[in-house]
Write a protein that binds this ligand. Structure first.
Ligand code: PGA
Length: 236
């Protein structure tokens, strides 16, 4: 199975021209051993989906409510195939609106039902509280149909390792792999690692037998760095 590398752009870059330049400057390995999904800000999606079909495109969030901003039908009409749910940016302050596992679960089931590929992010806020991650995974994936599991990927992202968390440092491949082993006991789906991934540490994570890819934030905004990550991933 191909490795999945996801670039989470958050609210970057500031303009469509920069978004196009960033994408143009990524170089995709020729080996065809990777699936590369990019999650830009909503407003750039329509253009990017059309211009860069060599990448999979997705969103960082969507809404199930009438009062929301972006819905699954809108995304479908744009040709978007991937959705991220449960990212710590949505779950926790300062950015997040306190999204609970129950809300994440409702979004995840709705997106699977609509045939999207779903990336579910789970991760502990403080080191040493990993048991919470398993609970979160179970609650967030309640009711997932066996037949939908192939379209679900879990990204283990310890919040303390995400580069925007003050004092963040990446997890060790061994620790990430140990937590992922537990996650896979609870739900047998592909798992990614995320949190301060860069070209210097990606090989360590992807060399773990149960790590099927990476969720990359800050490093995906630098074309050269992200291209290096892709190149290294394609060779493992
Ligand atoms: P980071 O972000 O790679 O910059 O740590 C990961 C994420 O927030 O998904």
């Amino acid at each position: 199975m191909k490795k999945l590398i996801v670039g989470n752009w958050k609210l970057n870059p500031a303009s469509l021209v920069e978004a196009e330049n960033l994408t143009t400057n990524y170089s995709l390995p020729t080996t065809n051993s990777l699936e590369v999904a990019l999650l830009p800000p909503f407003v750039f999606l329509e253009d990017l989906v059309k211009k860069f079909p060599q990448f999979k495109w997705g969103v960082q969030d969507f809404s199930l409510d009438e009062s929301g901003e972006i819905s699954l039908p809108i995304l479908k009409s744009l040709g978007v195939g991937y959705v991220l749910v449960g990212h710590s940016d949505r779950r926790y302050p300062p950015a997040g609106g306190g999204e609970t596992d129950e809300i994440v679960n409702a979004k995840l089931l709705a997106a699977l039902e609509e045939r999207f590929n779903v990336i579910l992010a789970v991760g502990e806020r403080e080191k040493g509280t990993e048991s919470r991650v398993i609970e979160s995974l179970k609650a967030s994936t309640k009711g997932v149909k066996e037949t939908d599991k192939a379209r679900l990927v879990v990204a283990y992202e310890p919040v303390w390792a995400i580069s925007t968390t003050p004092g963040a440092e990446s997890d060790t491949p061994e620790h990430a792999s140990a937590v992922i082993a537990e996650l896979r006991k609870a739900l047998d789906v592909r798992c990614l690692y995320g949190g301060s991934v860069n070209s210097a540490n990606i090989a360590g994570f992807l060399s773990q037998p149960n790590v099927s890819g990476a969720l990359v934030g800050g490093a995906s905004l630098k074309a050269e760095e992200f291209s290096k990550i892709l190149e290294i991933a394609s060779q493992l």
